[in-house]
Write a protein that binds this ligand. Sequence first.
Ligand SMILES: CC(C)(COP(=O)(O)OP(=O)(O)OC[C@H]1O[C@@H](n2cnc3c(N)ncnc32)[C@H](O)[C@@H]1OP(=O)(O)O)[C@@H](O)C(=O)NCCC(=O)NCCS
Length: 164
Amino acid sequence: MSAVDDALRGELLACWTDVSNAGGAVGFVPPVTQDDVAPVLGRLLEGVHSGRDVLAVLTVDGATAGWAALVRSLSPLRRHWATVLRVQVHPSWQGQGLGRALMTGVHGIAQQQGCEFLSLTARGGTGVDAFYRGLGYREVGRLPGAIRVAPGDDRDEILLHCRL
Ligand SMILES: CC(C)(COP(=O)(O)OP(=O)(O)OC[C@H]1O[C@@H](n2cnc3c(N)ncnc32)[C@H](O)[C@@H]1OP(=O)(O)O)[C@@H](O)C(=O)NCCC(=O)NCCS
């Protein structure tokens, strides 16, 4: 999806806020409000509206149940791959195979765009890297202690790679 109207923007924002407050590792630590998340979503959507990046939106009965962003590099030397950001399924829909369905959609979009592989990062200590390993991703590195979720609680940033 490369055009986001106000209604969809509101659903993306509500989802991201609810996922964050449920402890999801998507750039925040709880508690957050929609006012905290809105500027970060705004910056993400700038890349989408510019035509460079794409959103994958997972719907259930027409309602937004999750989403992810496929972000392309500005560098002409990095057009053959993309970064996946903000992968999330609303807490009320988690654990039913929808995260896998969302990522299948992300991979399909990436392939249509000519991407040869995808990169993403996961927050250490959450176990979410196991979700990606189950989808064919493998760990290619980690930045020790890169994510400070609280004073004295630094987590590794795990770099994952998936050839399409
Ligand atoms: C991570 C997330 C997208 C997975 O979505 P989901 O709909 O709950 O996942 P699915 O039901 O499709 O699970 C697919 C498989 O991954 C496994 N899995 C899902 N979440 C997992 C986790 N956090 N840790 C380990 N394994 C996980 C499932 O057990 C399932 O395994 P199986 O195929 O062997 O049964 C979702 O839990 C979420 O939005 N989490 C909060 C946001 C977040 O942290 N995102 C990651 C950003 S890097």
